[in-house]
Design a protein around this ligand. Sequence first.
Ligand code: F3S
Length: 411
Amino acid sequence: MKSEPELTPQEISMLQGSHGKGVQKAMEIVVGLARIYNAKRLIPVTSAQIAGVSYDNLGEAGLHFLSRLAADGAVSVIPATLNPAGMDLEDWQNLGIPEDFARKQKEVILAYQRLGISITCSCTPYLIGHTPLLGEHIAWSESSAVCYANSVLGARTNREGGPSALASAITGRTGEYGFHLDENRKPDLRVVIEASLPSGDLRTSYFGLLGKIIGEKIITRGVKALPWIEGIDNASLEELKSFSASIATYGGLALFHIAGITPEANAWDIPAKSISIRQNEIEQSLRELEKGIAGKFDFFSLGCPHLSLREIETIANLVKGKKIHKDFWLTTARQTKLISDQMGYTEIIEASGIKFAADTCCVVAPIKNRFNYMATDSAKACYYGRSKNNMEVSLLPIETILQIATSPQSH
Ligand code: F3S
């Protein structure tokens, strides 16, 4: 039986429209979800991250919803940032984005600006100063960022939809259910990695592959499980962002614990139920994601989730003095690109022929049917490259991708 959440006098007045129609609509969304999930009450949130920004995904209905909400006076009352848009907001022409799409995308961004949302347009807000702390209650909606925030930062968020994260930004509230509660953060499946991991600290493709294998194993068990993972001695920020994106994509997960690495792993007993990941499974999964399309690549993309400055620096070092003649996008937050500009990395990278695609990514940009064969270090980009953009894909390490793209045979 569904129970009614207990609301404070202020929440009731928001719901009754005393704070304006926009706030009322947002409160209806928050309370509606709290009812569905049997929340006893609403709790304050300190941060929101809002997906549903690309006009390619939103369409006219989404744009209308946002414009209406802004016209009704709704505005964010907490720090709130946006997910990637469908294009680089400054350099869209250079990336071949059609003019009519660009016009609509700008209308979406304008609506979000009016709603008081920072137009950062990044799926890695935690790299650009929007970084919640351990135990902080937040409302984020980008699945990779949700998984990273819950697992690596120890913040607390459900996997919100774009509208519900926006509603939380406007009301400063969410229902107290799901991952906001201690009991739902308890792991119930031990995952033992029995394979030996390669050395290095930008093993993003490898961690993406691990996330895919674990996510798929959990999905095929037919019941949702919260994994407690052991057998990973160390992992860099970049590897954890790749892992978070992948396990969220292939397993629908919003939280994992890694023994010795993530902050809540030690808070729980080791689960009794256990599965293993063996070397041969990793090799088989890698073969499936390579599919022998080397030599055919017509598109290369790095930056899913958005690149860190360290990844950009590595790329600059690897392509210095080399030339690339195929379409090659680096996707990152504009703020990260600005530092890259100041450090001189952008100049080196662009001299090679690689293009920056700030504010956007190879999944949310309107590139369907433009390219056929993509190489990427992101297991998540592989999934959506196939399912959304009809491409054949190959998962490869960053260094290998750059070697292939700069080799004379690829010209
Ligand atoms: Fe980010 Fe786009 Fe990948 S939003 S996680 S770069 S699909």
